[in-house]
Write a protein that binds this ligand. Structure first.
Ligand SMILES: NCc1[nH]cc(CCC(=O)O)c1CC(=O)O
Length: 319
């Protein structure tokens, strides 16, 4: 009997779609694997349970990964499938991100049943989002807009919109594509004006360091170009903060034989923006170095006072 490969995932429809995609790609890459030998194991995370409180107040990104990581350590799963943008910048000792799947559309989309594009929103219209980045980017363009906090998975946010809790919301195109819900997107937003979250659109697979068998099985799923871009974006995030309490945006893309990074740190109201562009040659270590340097440069430029004020504002927001 063939040894079972257990793929761990959260239970949201998006997480399940990503895990099933990884399973299908594993089976396609390894004809010797019997379909029954790859199993999806759904693990409920603390983040999924906290729906009443604002997530950042409860502990941030790690809330969605902790239980999956415990399952990796105790052997109840062999790999965990994640949206890279939900991954903390540093992982527990003994775990690593083994592969990045080819990046999906990295853009944010504007969603509304009343208005066909973001610029059509009337004065004072209400946006529903829990993302500090989306809030800051939207207010930067339209300081008149109101923002209410929208939490929950893609489906529940769309339901809140239907229920009239806001005039519009934002979601990642990648998630809608994976859910087969492309038609829910009202307007695809430009990468220039709505700079995505670091690593948006890229699925990653976490494994135990040293699990060469699992790493080998996953290798055919790896996309080197995606890894390069995500490495630069995550290095930027790590140099700045890494938590989701800061409006941070970054997008790197390969153009010819260069990797271009566009990165930004914003104030909560979008009035202050520290923005940089940089480029480097195609190398993982140079990509990491570039992201780190851009992050440190912006950190220095912003200064401690900026971060102190931001922390106070964010705290007041989420209480
Ligand atoms: N925070 C939830 C989350 N994590 C990853 C995605 C989208 C898929 C991706 O970026 O790969 C989403 C939903 C959204 O932001 O619309």
């Amino acid at each position: 009997m063939q040894q079972l490969i257990k793929i761990g995932t959260r239970g949201s429809p998006l997480a399940l779609a990503q895990a099933h995609d990884v399973k299908a790609k594993l089976l396609a890459a390894h004809p010797d694997l019997l379909p029954d030998s790859v199993e999806i194991v759904v693990i409920k995370t603390t983040g999924d349970r906290i729906l009443d409180r604002h997530l950042m107040n409860a502990g941030g990104k790690g809330l969605f990964t902790k239980e999956l990581e415990e399952a990796l350590f105790d052997g109840s799963i062999d790999c965990a499938v994640h949206s890279s943008k939900d991954m903390p910048t540093s992982l527990p000792e003994g775990l690593e991100l083994s592969v990045f799947l080819p990046r999906e559309d990295p853009r944010d989309v504007f969603i509304s049943s009343k208005f066909t594009q973001f610029s059509d929103l009337p004065k004072g219209a209400v946006l529903g989002t829990a993302s500090l980045r989306r809030r800051a980017l939207a207010l930067r363009l339209r300081p008149d807009l109101q923002v209410v906090i929208f939490r929950g998975n893609v489906q529940s946010r769309l339901r809140k919109l239907q229920d009239g809790e806001a005039d519009a919301t934002f979601l990642a195109m990648a998630g809608l594509n994976r859910l087969g819900m492309q038609s829910s997107a009202t307007e695809k937003l430009s990468l220039e004006e709505f700079l995505p979250a670091p690593a948006q659109g890229a699925v990653t697979v976490e494994i135990r360091t040293g699990d060469t068998e699992m790493a080998g099985r996953l290798q055919p799923l790896h996309c080197a170009d995606t890894a390069l871009a995500v490495t630069a974006e995550r290095a930027f995030l790590a140099a700045l903060d890494g938590s989701c309490r800061t409006p941070i945006a970054a997008y790197a893309s390969l153009q010819g034989d260069e990797l271009f990074l566009h990165a930004a740190l914003l104030s909560l109201d979008g009035k202050t923006v520290f923005e940089r562009r940089s480029a480097c040659s195609v190398s993982l270590s140079l990509a990491a170095e570039m992201g780190h340097k851009v992050g440190l440069d912006i950190k220095t430029e912003a200064g401690q006072t900026f971060f102190d004020i931001l922390a106070t504002q964010v705290q007041a927001e989420i209480e």
